[in-house]
Design a protein around this ligand. Structure first.
Ligand code: SF4
Length: 233
């Protein structure tokens, strides 16, 4: 791979950001290939899991300048860079983010929180949406693989991080509270797992009151409510 290309799974938009602090905002999405974790319940395993997918056929090696031109040809002010784990390619991501920011775009990066942002990315990105993986979601992965205290601290130090946990049920809120306290994570959003509208609505309803009691924010998955499990939306 040359230095001025990125390994991309898909890029699409305009659509709505379906999760978190920018929920409902018009946005463009760039989803990068590869991940350093192996979450059992991953809904984007087509970006990394060679045992289930032909990754070569899922990968587009795209020039940074072409991705930048595509994004800047659209009117949307928000560009979301996601994965996979996008920070695996952060040296190549840097010129794309710089170009977007210089053109006045807001850039949000969605990350699993195990790779610290470097090379200036930490001061260019408008928001890091950091999603540490819980025991159940990351089944089979040791704690030390999923949770890296120094990296979480690095995200907090940017002053641009929010922490979003994918939750299978209210019984996981104790685990989130313990992580938030141990690593001083704030603000904390909880989001129901699910790839159907019924799952997301039921999950959000189950989380609502417990999240309120604990001081957590709640986000739904708007794109799932609107379009189900549909790549590219
Ligand atoms: S960190 Fe995200 S992309 Fe990687 S395996 Fe887990 S859920 Fe999937």
């Amino acid at each position: 791979m040359s230095r001025d290309t990125l390994l991309v799974s898909e890029f699409f938009g305009p659509t709505f950001q379906g999760e978190g602090t920018s929920l409902g905002r018009r946005a463009l999405f760039i989803r990068l290939m590869r991940c350093n974790l192996t979450c059992r319940d991953c809904d984007t395993a087509y970006t990394w899991d060679a045992t289930r997918y032909d990754l070569a056929s899922k990968t587009q090696e795209l020039a940074v300048e072409d991705l930048l031109a595509w994004a800047l040809s659209r009117a949307e002010a928000l560009v979301v860079i996601t994965g996979g784990e996008p920070l695996i390619q952060q040296t190549r991501l840097l010129p794309l983010v710089r170009g977007l920011v210089e053109a006045g775009r807001r850039v949000e990066v969605e990350t699993n929180g195990t790779i610290a942002p470097r090379f200036g990315l930490e001061s260019l990105v408008s928001q890091f949406t950091v999603s540490p993986k819980l025991t159940r979601f990351g089944a089979g992965m040791p704690l030390a693989t999923r949770i890296k205290p120094a990296v979480l601290q690095a995200f907090t130090a940017t002053g641009r991080a929010v922490f979003k946990f994918v939750v299978s049920g209210p019984d996981e809120l104790d685990e989130i509270a313990a992580l938030a306290q141990a690593h001083e994570l704030a603000p904390v959003y909880v989001m129901p797992a699910g790839t159907t509208a019924d799952q997301v609505l039921a999950g959000a309803a189950a989380l609502a009151d417990p999240a309120l009691r604990r001081g957590f924010h709640l986000t739904t998955r708007l794109h799932v409510l609107l379009w189900g499990d549909c790549p590219g939306r």
